[in-house]
Design a protein around this ligand. Sequence first.
Ligand code: ZN
Length: 176
Amino acid sequence: MRGRAERHSDAVDIIPNAGDAALVWRGGLRSIAIRCPDGCGEVISVNLDPRTGPAWRLFERDGGMTLYPSVWRESGCRAHFILWRDDLIWCDGFESPRWKDDELKRRVSSILPPEGAPHKHFEELAAQIDGIPWEVLWTCNSLVADGKASASDKGSRFGLAPATPTTRSSIVDRRA
Ligand SMILES: [Zn+2]
């Protein structure tokens, strides 16, 4: 993150290298300019102002800036990436990081809908605990991997997993 400028053209001037980014701030947050991280040289402008159309959300936390949702160039180089806490995550063959935050796991578990209730979208879960949507998604995925949650709707909605499978399988083991 190279700073902020009042105009898009000024922002472009301070982001010479691939992966550089600068905020356009004019009486409020307008957009973020990113020099395409794949090295093609293009500047990507991402709208952050909901008054002017579909807008991405910018989260500023201790670990840096996070943009949600992902940035996907539909023309040219077609770069697709996530900006997460000032780090870049490529989305080719997307694999969810195993998010290691146990405190977040506990908080997400406590708000997951019970078994049988309609699953909730991870964006809604994130809003409930003021979390970063990516981190709540990765936490949900890691709860699914632990057998504690179940997913639906292409892995975007989550709920608590049935609480019994371990008991049931241990009975089967004993009989076998
Ligand atoms: Zn590019």
